[in-house]
Structures are given as C-alpha cells and as structure tokens.
Design a protein around this ligand. Structure first.
Ligand SMILES: NC(=O)c1ccc[n+]([C@@H]2O[C@H](COP(=O)([O-])OP(=O)(O)OC[C@H]3O[C@@H](n4cnc5c(N)ncnc54)[C@H](OP(=O)(O)O)[C@@H]3O)[C@@H](O)[C@H]2O)c1
Length: 261
C-alpha cells in the first residue's frame, strides 16, 4: 500500500469506531488516532492493526497522508484550524452530512474532501459498510479519485454529492432516522407507563418499515389522521397529558391531514 494512503483519524466516537477498522481491513492502514479523552483513543487503537494514540493535533512528523476529522459537526471548523499537517500533499476530510466542504478551507492543504457514510452508527452495534451509501465530495480531481477508490473498497454504493445536496439528504435522514427513533421513544414511554413491553410493537414497527420501503411511504400511511377520524384523535389528545407531547401529536396529525387533502 503506498505510504500516502496511511490514515490518521481525529476523533474516536461512534463513527470512528466503525470506520477505522473498515479502512484497516481494506488495506488503508490507520496509523494514528486522536481524541481529547486519551482513553477513548486507546480503546479504538486496540481494534486496529498498527495504530497508536496521537497525543495532540500536531501531525507534522506523521507518515499518514489521509486525515479524517471524525468529530461533532459544530467543532469541525475550529479544530481544523488547530491541526498541523505534515505537508501540503496531505488530504484532509470530514465525515459530516451537514457541514460544507468549505469548513476545511483553513487547513494547510489544497486537498480537502468529505466522506459521509449515510448510516446511523453506535459503538455497541455492528456496521456492514458494504451496504452503506458513502457520499463523496472533493476539492480537486486527484483527491476525488483517491476518496472514490477508498470508498469503493469498503462500500458497494458510492456517490459524488455536492455540499448543498448532501445537506438536503442529511435533513431527509434526520426525519427518517432520528425523528422516527424519537417516535419509538415516545411510544415506549406510553407502554412503560401502562406496564407493557415495547416488544409488543415489534411486528407493527417491522411491517411499517417494510411496507414503506416496498410501496413507498406516501402509499403506506394509515391511522386516524389519514382517515380524518377526529373523534379518535380527540380521545388520544386527551389521553396525552403532557402539553409538549400533545403538541407533537397535533402537528403531525394535522400535517398528515393536509398532505392527503
Ligand atoms: N454517529 C453517526 O451515526 C454518524 C453517521 C454519519 C456521519 N457522522 C459524522 O461523524 C462525525 C463524528 O460523529 P460521531 O457520532 O462519531 O461523534 P461522537 O460519537 O460524539 O464522537 C466524537 C469524537 O470527537 C471528539 N471530539 C469532540 N469534540 C472535539 C474537539 N473539540 N476536538 C477534537 N475532538 C473532539 C470526541 O472526543 P472525546 O469524547 O474524547 O471528548 C470523540 O472522540 C460527525 O461529523 C457526524 O456528523 C456520524
């Protein structure tokens, strides 16, 4: 493997936990891992073949050529200003759905990019990268070619997407993943209050997702709002005593009604 493809990862959170071993397994050796909490870097390093923890963001003596910033979105622009790269040939990328490539423009390299895996990652879950879409953006052709090559080595679904389009896709992902999961959390709280197990809803949740994927979400919608059953919606509204949860129920129900009018 050419030396310039050795990798340093800044961040040891949920995504780095899965991405670093995936790169390692495809021959893109991860050599360094940095995290402010050094214990987190130590733990991730143990999952990798050759990596060592980096004590700080000074990579001036590093042999790595690809630097992956894998930290919370709101820290990217500031932290990038602190990273010392070995030379101007280094490639610096981030992994965020919502942050524009321009957030990396203060780096001391012309070679910047984005490598956004469109999936939800948690440390205690397995991730099968081969099925995960990876959305790529790069500042220049040579960086683009390298990022596409790396992405194709771990995923069968690689796309080039601009910052503006990636942001739109990320908004869609927030509705599909984060908001849906929050609905599950609210749903579980109701069952917990009544002494029922969340498992009771498992067949319903599975069928809801399968049906939506098979026939399209707009064709799959059922329920009181879709039927404009105001009597049932009123009883649900009264059952929900928390005004914040009542408001969520009201807004979503009204939006369903409006969409199918
Ligand atoms: N998780 C996902 O599902 C997912 C999916 C696709 C893309 N992404 C993107 O991947 C990036 C990382 O997300 P994540 O979920 O892995 O985050 P995370 O689990 O919160 O981990 C963040 C990592 O960044 C470090 N960090 C926090 N603030 C920092 C700072 N100011 N300077 C240097 N390091 C800092 C943390 O260090 P300490 O804990 O040691 O403080 C930790 O190692 C984000 O851009 C996110 O949008 C995440």
């Amino acid at each position: 493997m050419p030396e310039y493809l050795h990798v340093a990862i800044i961040g040891a959170g949920n995504l780095a936990w899965h991405l670093a071993p995936a790169l390692d397994n495809c021959g893109y050796a991860v050599k360094e891992v940095y995290s402010p909490d050094s214990k987190k870097a130590d733990t991730l390093v143990k999952r990798l073949y050759q990596a060592v923890p980096a004590g700080d963001l000074d990579f001036s003596d590093s042999n790595s050529r690809l630097f992956i910033v894998c930290i919370p979105d709101d820290a990217i622009e500031e932290v990038v200003k602190e990273i010392v790269l070995p030379d101007e040939h280094a490639i610096l990328i981030h992994t965020s759905g919502s942050i524009a490539i321009q957030a990396l423009e203060y780096a001391a390299t012309q070679h910047i990019g984005v490598f956004y895996p469109l999936q939800t990652f948690s440390k205690n879950r397995k991730a099968n990268f081969s099925e995960i879409p990876v959305l790529i953006e790069a500042s220049d052709l040579s960086t683009e070619e390298i990022l596409i090559r790396i992405a194709k080595s771990i995923s069968n679904n690689v796309k080039q997407v601009s910052s503006a389009n990636r942001k739109a896709i990320h908004v869609a992902a927030v509705f599909a993943c984060n908001f849906t999961n929050h609905m599950f959390t609210l749903s579980k709280a109701i069952l917990d209050d009544e002494g029922f197990d969340f498992e009771l809803l498992k067949p319903l949740i599975t069928e809801t997702i399968n049906k939506s994927l098979e026939i399209g979400p707009e064709n799959a919608q059922t329920g009181p709002a879709r039927r404009e059953d105001f009597q049932t919606m009123d009883t649900h509204f009264d059952y929900l005593e928390d005004p914040a949860i009542q408001e969520i129920y009201r807004i979503i129900s009204q939006n369903i009604i409006d969409r199918y009018k």
